[in-house]
Design a protein around this ligand. Structure first.
Ligand SMILES: [Zn+2]
Length: 178
């Protein structure tokens, strides 16, 4: 599946608009927690989910097959895996926030398997918008003009180097590989 150009433009506009609302520049890092706080929300680890089943909590802390999930919308509560790196957590939380910003329906659960049923198009949109929120095209352009390579750009935006490469590919902006 491929996202169309109008969605990609919209995603860039949303990413820039949120920086503007939060009085950040296009090339400032936007930590996911700051966006979540703007929605009066909270991001917590499984052991801090109020009323969570202790067995489920223990299992979630023990395995690595999940990254983050929206527990509820109002008030907003997102759970994230505490063992993942800062950059990975940012990507995961921004992905979840993208679902909120795009007003995607909550993920349902298959009644027989108990597994989440995700809509592939929504997932692709959330991943794309999440990456724009981390590094808007204009922010990437600014960083490249500073003469920065992938490593510096990743550090500056609190993103992984893979995400910087992805943004370079998506925007067609050439980035030094150092
Ligand atoms: Zn998702």
């Amino acid at each position: 599946m491929r996202l169309n150009t109008s969605f990609k433009k919209r995603a860039e506009a949303i990413a820039v608009d949120w920086r503007y609302r939060l009085r950040l520049r296009v090339h400032d890092e936007l930590p996911a927690e700051r966006l979540i706080a703007e929605f009066q929300g909270e991001a917590v680890t499984p052991d801090h989910v109020p009323g969570a089943n202790t067995e489920i909590t223990a299992r979630l802390l023990d395995v690595d097959d999940w990254s983050a999930a929206i527990i509820r919308r109002s008030p907003l509560l997102i759970v994230y895996h505490p063992a993942h790196s800062y950059a990975r957590r940012q990507a995961n939380l921004m992905h979840e926030m993208a679902h909120i910003l795009l007003d995607h329906p909550m993920v349902g659960f298959d009644p027989t398997t108990g597994l989440p049923v995700r809509d592939p198009e929504c997932e692709e949109e959330a991943t794309y918008l999440g990456s724009c929120l981390q590094i808007p095209r204009l922010g990437l352009k600014w960083a490249v003009h500073q003469g920065w390579g992938i490593k510096s750009i990743a550090q500056h935006f609190g993103a992984s180097e893979d995400l910087v490469r992805f943004r370079g590919n998506m925007t067609g902006i050439q980035i030094l590989s150092t």
